[in-house]
Design a protein around this ligand. Sequence first.
Ligand code: G16
Length: 542
Amino acid sequence: MIRTVATKPYPDQKPGTSGLRKKVPVFQQEHYAENFIQSIFDALDGFKGKTLVIGGDGRFYNREVIQKAIAMAAANGFGKVMVGQGGILSTPAASNIIRKYKTFGGIILSASHNPGGPHEDFGIKYNASNGGPAPEKLTDAIFARTKAISSFKIADIATVDIDTIGTVEAGGMTVEVIDPVADYAELMESLFDFEALRRLFKSGFRMRFDAMHAVTGPYAKEILENRLGAPKGTARNFIPLPDFGGHHPDPNLVHAKHLYDEMMGPDAPDFGAASDGDGDRNLIIGKGIFVTPSDSVAMLAANAHLAPGYKAGLKGIARSMPTSGAADRVAEKLGIGIYETPTGWKFFGNLLDAGMATICGEESAGTGSNHVREKDGLWAVLLWLNILAARGESAREIVTQHWATYGRNYYSRHDYEEIEIDRANALVDELRAKLGSLPGTSVRGMKIASADDFAYNDPVDGSISKNQGIRILFDGGSRVVFRLSGTGTSGATLRVYIERYEPDNSRHDLDTQQALADLIAAADDTAGIRAHTGRAKPSVIT
Ligand code: G16
């Protein structure tokens, strides 16, 4: 039986950079998740009888919302849902399923790298039929709907068994429970030289992959250990837990410090990597050397032709605006297009669909290609492994040779987390107001060449996205970028991105924070970070 349940709008269900993210208790309020799911359905057209993919990163409240989504999909007229076994689907794996089986779209339950548990974060995002995050037009329509919703539809069905692979009927709709790993592993095998990787592991090559008790555990176990023959124990923390073992599944130098320390230590394996809550981000650390995400996208692009899936070369590279310009130099050398987009993977979708870009990357530890429409943590790790195997060199050799060829973009991001929203807005407003007066002035002896608020003109559909981050460019190409995070769930997070280009090979082994010290001071002088935030230093430096 289908029920139409009366409901009232919640005031703030605005999807951010990557769907709706809130604390679990917020999501547990009566009808909160239902309102958002119904608003997604109401904003879509033409799905009657079609297939919807549903899965999540296994965090607390995942199973409950999956049951709601199944019952609501049935009531709203979907013909079928495909659900990952146990409610598990990494974000890139979901993107692959949507594309491979030509489904209408998918609902992914995740708050990405944010912590999980009864008092932590939860999230719902919608991916369209190209497998990519809902474009801005759609997220705007969903948000508009959340403000007007008065009822939702749900089928009265018993709890569906999502732990047994197979097909059942529920509420007049087919529910297919699928192996979350198989299709993804097959896709990886089609892109990379698995034979060469097996030989690499057989030769004694050692790596650590830290799944951070999040969704990539089963994927890494199957691909690295079962298919590629890496020794047991290569994948660590591989069982997805609802609270990620009490840790923050964010693969950066703060939350994966144990991996960093191991990779810098005397018994470091050859290669270290980690992925985040929903499996779309990556951390890459060679023996004794951390690879920044901005450098990683440049290095992957420069070497991608060594992997079978990319041997025909790249059509173009795309990077988000705050990501360093390292990839630009690679694109220039390869004679291919380079595109600078706002933060948010959704902005790469059009470029990938139009065949203008093959590899995309972001400073926030996301790298990916046209194989799916999401960033893909394990994909980046496997491409690195393929490059290491093909070149027969260490990660350190590849990184230092890259800098010698292209120069080094020193890069760091300083985050000021959980600051009061009003204070963060005041800082941005004040900075915005003085942008016009900055060019030509000097700060800490460095002359400001230009200052603006980044606006993106999508070359495919002509849409314009304004206010995407404040850029201050200095003579010589150094820059500081300021933007407010779109993924936090409490207060505001100010991100300050600092970059300096160093062509001189003899100056490529400086300490990053020291190499950027003048720019860091200039950022504070210009934006009054300390005065506005009341913080003497950032909460996280990556
Ligand atoms: C999401 C988007 C990314 C984006 C990031 C920015 O990442 O998918 O494309 O770079 O947000 O985060 P912020 O606005 O906090 O700087 P994820 O991994 O959280 O889905």
